[in-house]
Write a protein that binds this ligand. Structure first.
Ligand code: BGC
Length: 256
C-alpha cells in the first residue's frame, strides 16, 4: 500500500522534467495520474510509458492552462475519467531570458499566463470542485528559489514566482478552515530541459556549481520526493510553507 493508494493526482506540465518525475513518483506510491502538456509529442509518450510501468493508470490532457475555461474543463475531465481528484500539482512553468529593457508584451504574457494565471484559476477550479462535492484535497505548487532570489534577465519569471509565493500563503489562510492544504516547493538548479542551454555550457555550469553548497545540480527526482511528502499525510500539519529543494543554493555564502 503506497501513500497514494486510491488517490488521483493531476500534474500540470508533466511531459518532461520535474513534472514527469512527480507523475512517476505519485504512480509508484499508488496514485492514478492525469498528466498534461500543451503538445502531444514523444515526451508525453515517454511519461505515459514510465507511469504505466508502475502499474498505475494514466490519462493525458492536451491543454494550454493559460485559459480559464480550459482549466475548469481539465478538472471536469479528470473527475470524469477517474471519478475523483485528490491532489493538484501546479507544476507547469516557463522562463524567457531577456534583459528587462527588451522584454516584449508577448514574452511577459506567456510567462505570467502559464506560471501564475494558470495555477491561479486551475487551483480555483479544484477548490470549487472540492467545495461542491464536500471532499478534501491537497495542493502543491512548483515554484522556484526565484520566488525569493533575484534572477537577472528573468524579471517576469521572478515576478510570477514571487506572486506564487503570496497566492500560496493567502490560500493557506483562506482554505485552512476547509482542511485544504497548500504549499510550495522551490527548486534550485535542477537538470531539466528548462536548463538545456546552461547544461551545454561547462563554464557557466562550473560557476553555478560553486554557488551550490552540495556542489551539484539537482535531479528531477530530488524535487519529486519533496512534492510527494507535501502531498501526503506525512505533511498533514504543513500548510502555507515553501520548501527549498536547492542543494543549499539560496543561502549559500562563502568568501573563498
Ligand atoms: C530556473 C533555472 C535556474 C534555477 C536556479 C530555476 O527556477 O528555472 O533556469 O537555473 O532556477 O537559478
Amino acid at each position: 500500500m503506497g501513500r497514494f493508494s486510491g488517490k488521483v493526482a493531476l500534474i500540470t506540465g508533466s511531459s518532461k522534467g520535474i513534472g514527469r518525475a512527480i507523475a512517476v513518483r505519485f504512480a509508484q506510491e499508488g496514485a492514478n495520474v492525469i498528466i498534461n502538456s500543451r503538445n502531444n509529442d514523444e515526451h508525453v509518450a515517454e511519461t505515459i510509458r514510465q507511469v504505466e510501468e508502475t502499474g498505475a493508470k494514466v490519462h493525458f490532457i492536451k491543454s494550454d492552462i493559460s485559459k480559464v475555461e480550459v482549466v475548469y474543463a481539465m478538472v471536469k475531465e479528470s473527475v470524469e475519467v477517474f471519478g475523483k481528484l485528490d491532489i493538484l500539482v501546479n507544476n507547469a512553468g516557463v522562463e524567457i531570458n531577456a534583459p528587462f529593457w527588451e522584454v516584449t508584451e508577448k514574452d511577459y504574457d506567456t510567462v505570467m499566463n502559464i506560471n501564475l494565471k494558470g495555477m491561479f484559476f486551475l487551483t480555483q477550479a479544484f477548490v470549487r470542485y472540492m467545495m461542491e462535492n464536500n471532499v478534501v484535497g491537497v495542493i502543491v505548487n512548483n515554484s522556484s528559489v526565484h520566488e525569493e532570489l533575484p534572477f537577472p534577465n528573468f524579471t517576469a519569471y521572478c515576478a510570477s514566482k514571487g506572486a506564487m509565493q503570496m497566492v500560496m500563503r493567502n490560500l493557506a489562510v483562506e482554505l485552512g478552515p476547509l482542511n485544504i492544504r497548500i504549499n510550495n516547493v522551490a527548486p534550485g538548479a535542477i537538470k531539466t530541459p528548462i536548463n538545456a542551454d546552461l547544461l551545454s555550457k561547462p563554464e557557466l555550469l562550473g560557476t553555478l556549481q560553486n554557488n551550490i553548497s552540495l556542489r551539484r545540480l539537482g535531479e528531477p527526482e530530488d524535487v519529486a520526493g519533496v512534492v510527494a511528502f507535501l502531498a501526503s499525510d506525512d505533511a498533514k500539519y504543513v500548510t502555507g510553507s515553501t520548501y527549498y529543494v536547492d542543494g543549499g543554493l539560496t543561502f549559500h555564502y562563502t568568501e573563498q
